[in-house]
Design a protein around this ligand. Structure first.
Ligand code: G6P
Length: 372
């Protein structure tokens, strides 16, 4: 009903706008003022978590992209080798899993059959399993050793939005918890990162407040046949998620690429007028990734692409290379997906709406895939 949608025309728009609350709810009550994390639902012996030597993140769909973001954060903070794999690929390849492996499954519904089967398989091999899940009491958390609930609230629209940001948030908490436990970060560092995280809900709200600019662009692109998305580092899974949202909601062919792969194939696709979204890393990052991605924008533009850039507030260097620039508030490199994803969600939702599609129930898709 309209009441359940809080006055929004669709659950999808409501859920996109719920994201500041979803992230805040996932953070709530899990750390104290000194930055000490206590994850109450973490029912795995801390001594065991100290001895794990490998993490495998298992998920499907949008949840798997949250897993890809998690890999960057967990390896950086905890120095534990972390793999991300689609649940259905994992089970059928004779993976190396033992009692020193920590499995982190990510599932909004907690009922995705492929992920459930992968978790069962890993447990049989002796691995410890943590479920990151949005649905209390669902099957995957019940069958896991521990659960870290995302408190995004019920997600009704088939394509995932707020659950995705909440999942990313939960993986940051897990990474920081492991770093705290294993002594990889100083308490003060953890406190600083948690303080940055605590600021993200207000920053997401700022991105949402600028939605009109993205919606206008989407309206002008209702006849688009194909859209490309480029990103690097944590911007790469964001690009993949931007492409997935466009396929799911607007039935437009879309592909995400790691920007560094441009020369190895995707650049051949560029012709006059081809829309290309580019997720640009912060110019304040320690490495040279920003400059590399800016030169990717120039490369596609020189071949006729229409460039649409997501960049950090104050980054004037992208303007001259972009037809459209959407600015997001400053944050740290690792936390940026909580902000850079949002314009891509708004874009896909607005474009699908402009084409007259039901954004809550896209054709052929199910909210939860409970068959193999
Ligand atoms: C379906 C949904 C997606 C979701 C995926 C994984 O494909 O349409 O939005 O990302 O399943 O679902 P899960 O509940 O395991 O996160």
């Amino acid at each position: 009903s309209a009441a359940e949608k809080d006055g929004y025309p669709s659950f999808m728009e409501k859920e996109i706008n719920d994201q500041p609350d979803a992230v805040a709810a996932t953070l709530l009550g899990r750390s104290d003022l000194e930055g000490k994390l206590t994850l109450d639902e973490m029912r795995i012996d801390p001594q065991v978590l100290k001895t794990i030597n490998k993490i495998i993140v298992l998920a499907c769909g949008t949840s798997a992209y949250a897993g890809q973001v998690a890999k960057y954060a967990i390896e950086h903070w905890c120095r534990i080798p972390t793999e991300v794999e689609l649940s259905h690929e994992f089970r059928y390849r004779d993976p190396i899993v033992d009692e020193n492996t920590l499995i982190v499954s990510i599932s909004q519904s907690g009922e995705t059959m492929d992920t459930l089967m992968a978790v069962r398989y890993a447990r049989e091999q002796g691995a410890k399993t943590i479920s990151i899940c949005n649905t209390n009491g669902s099957t995957i958390p019940r069958e896991s050793d521990a659960v870290l609930y995302t408190h995004a609230g019920p997600e009704i629209a088939v394509a995932s939005t707020k659950a995705f940001l909440a999942q990313i948030t939960a993986t940051y908490l897990l990474g920081l918890y492991l770093a705290q436990l294993r002594g990889n970060l100083f308490q003060g560092q953890i406190k600083d990162i948690l303080a940055d995280l605590a600021k993200t809900p207000a920053k997401i709200a700022q991105v949402l407040a600028n939605a009109a600019q993205i919606k206008d662009l989407a309206l002008s692109m209702a006849n688009t046949r194909t859209v490309l998305f480029l990103g690097r580092h944590v911007g790469y899974p964001v690009a993949l998620e931007g492409a997935l949202k466009l396929k799911e909601l607007a039935y437009i062919h879309a592909e995400g690429f790691a920007a560094g792969e441009l020369k190895h194939g995707p650049i051949a696709l560029i012709e006059e007028g081809q829309p290309v979204f580019v997720v640009v890393p912060s110019p304040r990052g320690r490495d040279s990734l920003h400059a590399k991605v800016v030169s990717n924008i120039q490369e596609v533009r020189a071949r006729g692409a229409m460039t649409i850039v997501i960049a950090e507030e104050g980054d004037e260097s992208v303007r001259e290379h972009a037809e459209h620039v959407f600015y997001i508030p400053e944050t740290t490199t690792l936390l940026a997906p909580l902000l850079t994803t949002v314009p891509l969600q708004i874009f896909a939702c607005a474009l699908a709406t402009a084409k007259g599609y039901d954004v809550d129930q896209p054709r052929n898709l199910a909210k939860s895939v409970t068959v193999e």
